[in-house]
Design a protein around this ligand. Structure first.
Ligand code: DGJ
Length: 742
């Protein structure tokens, strides 16, 4: 049918497929690039036939089957009224290129055909998907279709993610022991607690060290991510959709397609995996290419208290501070004066906006800002005109309504009438007003989410309908950007990002919490896609009070926004916030194209995060303390990712150069932390690094690293203090950035 062996290779990654058959190909190698691949490799890695198993060699395929002798979890599960549950696919066609393989295989007995697509992207990210088609009369009931990629046995540890509202994507590490670890998401959205990026790595793998194999299941409905290790010496990661009972029944000629499963390999720890995913995402033709505008979002400023005069004042404050996009959040439509009613009625509320949104849009546009609008198109409040008119559009099993969540239910968008109604309203709003941006929210889990007429499970259909809705709106309004929000960061995945331009990482804007939420969100997606806002001094969700330097210093490592009633901020706060906005604008070309790096810091209270420009001539690092240091004074940390042989000028970056460290109060200022700074090579900075400053908990110190010897060496890059000058004083006097020792 084709060659015995296929080798895809890109950017230091190789995938070698053993196609000798008789069944579907198996993976002989996925990992570091190989340059001498021959059929001998297949012999070298072929497992030894063992006693009391099936006779001969057992090589599990990309969709492992019992017919190959495999007794772990199957790639395809399903049946035709109890038959056809065990398959033995025979490959019929293979099309391959240097960077892709597409193959088809049939099992006439089971009445099924499968197609597998594998693509190795130039950044070294592998993505794969499978499709199964019924080829016989009757119905094949599919339980799941899961694509597997084996990893070597020396991947001994697993890292995946969990979380909840206000604390999304938190890491959890376990040993990669024998058995099956299945991370299921049954929330009907990607989930705060999705496995996100399931990583298997060598013992102790960290930001910069160890081999890592990582898998992301790109779907915004139910998903399964799997790590399996068996006593047969087989270790693998797998991904696919979580299907509900009876959700997919394939009649003859009908096809089910899995989501894309993305996989990244790195020989240099987690940063290497991120680098591949970020390069891949940035290479997409629709990746946001314009400077990411500074957003002012109204939610934590006014909540449901919509008032033209007040919001116009906020817009003027936003413009004065340098913001570029003004987003009107929840509360502008129907009876939506609080969260108990109105969802579904996508008409501007005449009670609150008697002249429509026009006056506000005109004010905002006149100030030179883009206008953005919040919507939650998939949802419906039982207390709404829409629900009263179409109670039959609410998802349910048919027998009863699901329990409400935030007083709302889910609209059955697989129903063409409901779909057209929502599409029509959104289209009308985008046509009527000069709207550049939609914040697309989704505020409940899908519970008992069936099609109300048939009662059949509907999460799969709903998810695809949402994709179609987004695609259609983007086709009709190509200039409009869309943010994926789901009660904060409940819908962050690579398939929603095929049709959105930003994710809202969390409703928790507290910078202390955000340090971790953003670090782990950015494991998969680059900073320019991560909405990151400066909130009020006292966080609304944690009641923690933090200085602006910490709130803004953490927020600039993302797509910056402000979610704070600026009309109530002091003149000093406005002035300082303006400085941060200026800094973000000057740094966004670096932050949104550069390589994200993280030092391996042993002190649990400290992190060192940096972005190094593609040409390695410029970098910004943030030294952040979220607690008191283990050692006093703290130790050193490397600044990774710089060009080894290049000399760099290292100095604090205002306004993040005064971190209110208590060293200045009770001890000596930190010697390197002056506008004069130090000049060291990238190798020295990577291996020895810098002495960490003594910081109060929840403080950030920014460090700018610019290549020495290149123009404008001798001049001072925008925002940096001239050498020899004295930095701004903090509450204790000279601050950590003071020159010399006290
Ligand atoms: C949840 C979102 O995450 C918030 O930012 C806000 O838009 C509210 N919904 C509005 O109801």
């Amino acid at each position: 049918m084709g060659p015995d062996l296929l080798h895809l290779s890109a950017a230091g990654v190789s995938l070698v497929l053993d196609c000798r058959g008789p069944g579907l190909p198996s993976v002989a190698h996925w990992g570091a690039a190989l340059d001498d691949v021959s059929a001998e490799l297949l012999v070298a890695v072929a497992p030894q036939p063992i006693g009391f198993s099936v006779d001969g060699t057992v090589r599990p395929s990309l969709l492992p089957e019992q017919s190959s002798g495999w007794l772990g979890s199957p790639g395809l599960a399903g049946h035709r009224d109890g038959r056809g549950w065990a398959t033995a696919f025979e490959v019929t066609t293979v099309e391959s290129a240097d960077d892709a393989v597409h193959l088809e295989a049939v099992d006439a007995t089971a009445g099924l055909k499968v197609r597998i697509d594998l693509e190795l992207q130039p950044a070294g990210v592998l993505r794969g998907r499978a499709a199964v088609t019924g080829t016989a009369p009757g119905t094949f009931w599919l339980e799941h279709l899961t694509l597997f990629l084996p990893v070597p046995e020396h991947a001994t540890e697993l890292l995946d993610f969990t979380g909840h509202h206000l604390r999304e994507r938190q890491p959890q590490r376990t040993a990669f022991t024998q058995g099956l670890r299945v991370r299921e998401n049954r929330t009907g959205r990607t989930g705060y607690d999705s496995a996100y990026l399931l990583c298997a790595g060598t013992t102790g793998f960290d930001n910069r060290t160890g081999e890592v194999w990582a898998l992301h299941t790109a779907f915004s409905g139910g998903a399964r991510s799997i790590a399996e290790r068996t006593y047969h010496g087989w270790s693998a990661l797998g991904g696919g959709e979580l299907l509900l009972p009876g959700e997919i029944g394939l009649a003859e000629g009908e096809t089910y397609q899995t989501p894309w499963v993305y996989a990244g390999y790195s020989a240099t720890g987690l940063d290497g995996v991120s680098s591949r995913f970020h390069r891949y995402l940035r290479s997409r033709p629709h990746h946001p290419a314009t400077p990411r505008p500074v957003v002012v979002n109204t939610w934590e400023a006014v909540y449901f208290d919509h008032d033209l005069a007040r919001l116009s004042e906020l817009a003027r404050a936003a413009a004065a501070i340098g913001a570029e996009r003004f987003v009107l959040d929840d509360g502008w439509f129907g009876s939506r004066r609080d969260d108990t009613s109105g969802l579904g009625d996508w008409f501007v509320s005449p009670a609150v906006w008697p002249d429509g949104l026009g006056p506000l849009v005109t004010e905002v546009r006149g100030l030179g800002l883009e206008f953005g609008l919040w919507v939650e198109p998939e949802m419906i409040n039982p207390d709404s005109e829409l629900a009263r008119a179409h109670p039959d559009w609410i998802m349910s099993t048919g027998a009863r309504l699901p329990r409400e969540a935030r007083h709302q239910q889910v609209l059955d968008l697989a129903n063409p009438a409901a779909f057209d109604c929502v599409l029509g309203r959104l289209d009308a709003l985008l046509t009527a007003y000069d709207i550049a941006y939609l914040k697309w929210d989704h505020n409940r889990d899908l519970v008992e989410a069936g099609h109300p007429g048939s009662g059949r499970a509907g999460v799969h259909d709903q998810t695809l309908a949402v994709y179609r809705l987004l695609d259609e709106l983007r086709a009709r309004h190509p200039g409009v950007e869309i943010e994926s929000c789901s009660s904060g960061g409940g819908r962050v995945d690579l398939e929603i990002l095929e049709r959105t331009d930003r994710v809202w990482a969390s409703d928790c804007i507290d910078a202390h919490e955000r340090v971790s939420i953003q670090r782990w969100t950015s494991l998969l997606i680059p900073l320019e896609l991560i909405g990151s806002h400066v909130g009020a001094p006292a966080s609304h969700t944690t009641h923690r009070t933090l200085p602006l330097s910490m709130r803004a210093g953490a927020a600039i490592f993302g797509h910056l926004g402000i979610e704070w009633d600026l009309t109530r901020a002091s003149a000093e706060e406005i002035s300082e916030m303006s400085d941060w906005v200026r800094l973000y604008k000057s740094l966004r070309p670096l932050l949104h194209t550069g390589e994200l790096v993280h030092a391996d810091v042993t002190d649990p209270a400290y992190s060192v995060t940096g972005v190094v420009s593609a040409d390695k001539t410029d970098a910004l690092f943030a030294i952040i303390a979220t607690g008191t240091s283990a050692a006093y004074p703290p130790g050193t940390a490397g600044l990774p990712g710089l060009a080894e042989n290049r000399t760099y000028h290292v100095r604090p970056q205002p306004p993040g150069d005064v971190a209110d460290g208590n060293a200045a109060a009770w001890g000596a200022a930190l010697p390197w932390c002056t506008p004069t700074g130090v000049r060291l090579t990238g190798r020295t900075l990577g291996t020895v690094g810098l002495r960490l400053p003594v910081l109060y908990p929840d403080r950030v110190l920014l460090v700018r690293v610019t290549a020495a010897g290149l123009p404008p060496e001798g001049s001072t890059p925008a925002g940096l203090l001239p050498e020899g000058s004295t930095p701004a004083a903090n509450e204790f006097g000279p601050g950590t950035a003071a020159v010399g020792e006290a």
